[in-house]
Design a protein around this ligand. Sequence first.
Ligand SMILES: Nc1ncnc2c1ncn2[C@@H]1O[C@H](COP(=O)(O)OP(=O)(O)O)[C@@H](O)[C@H]1O
Ligand SMILES: [Mg+2]
Length: 240
Amino acid sequence: MSLLVVDHVSVSYGRLKALRDASFAMGEGETLFITGPNGAGKSTLLKAIAGVVTPRQGEIMLAGHAIGGKSPEAIARMGFSMVPEGRHVFGTLSIEENLRLGTGMRTDKDAAERDLEQIYAIFPVLKERKDKPAGLLSGGQQQMLVIGRALMAAPRLIAIDEPSLGLAPKVIDDVYVALLKLRDTRGLTLLIVEQSATRAMMTGGRMILLRSGEVALEGDARELARSDALRNAYFGIEEH
Ligand SMILES: Nc1ncnc2c1ncn2[C@@H]1O[C@H](COP(=O)(O)OP(=O)(O)O)[C@@H](O)[C@H]1O
Ligand SMILES: [Mg+2]
């Protein structure tokens, strides 16, 4: 059974059709990149899965259950965790306090403590600075923190919106090394919005190209990242 099914989903903001008839599915443990130019509807797609925006048409299923009409909190309880664009940390709270906020509605407190240690193992820099205010972290460290916070909810599926945006290549490498570790050690299912084909090459998995709200291409991430089809579809958009 697919962990996530997006079935003919359309989202509009007033008269603007941001997502048009998008369909795809993800199996447990899979990595899927969503790529495409600015304004293609990538963030809208993640928001629809998170229940932040309501599709005008279509159905989204998580682990076999339709999420239509459910609140973002209810969808989170079904095992979905989202890291929105922009690395929002609580700057005056410590790193550990930020991470603990992610446990939110969890009742399995012992397991949450184990998850905290695992997150520190994957992002050692967070452990080293755990009592420092999160506002003092660099951009890359803040990205690690928001990913860690999303993991504290113990999701089956984590969606991350443009983790590389505005980070130096070396720092992006560090973030991706950690994501790969998560995939390989926890079998975590990764849905990553990413404009850099290089990262998809590194990571592998599948890739979907969104263009003007539509699924324009879908295939193996490494093959697509190498292909002229992707470059042509991106015409006018520089890769970073
Ligand atoms: N809250 C909103 N209200 C109105 N239009 C929006 C809103 N959010 C996004 N849009 C528009 O919807 C389209 C898709 O946006 P978005 O999903 O953010 O694209 P991407 O993440 O691929 O850059 C764009 O044309 C954008 O301007
Ligand atoms: Mg976006």
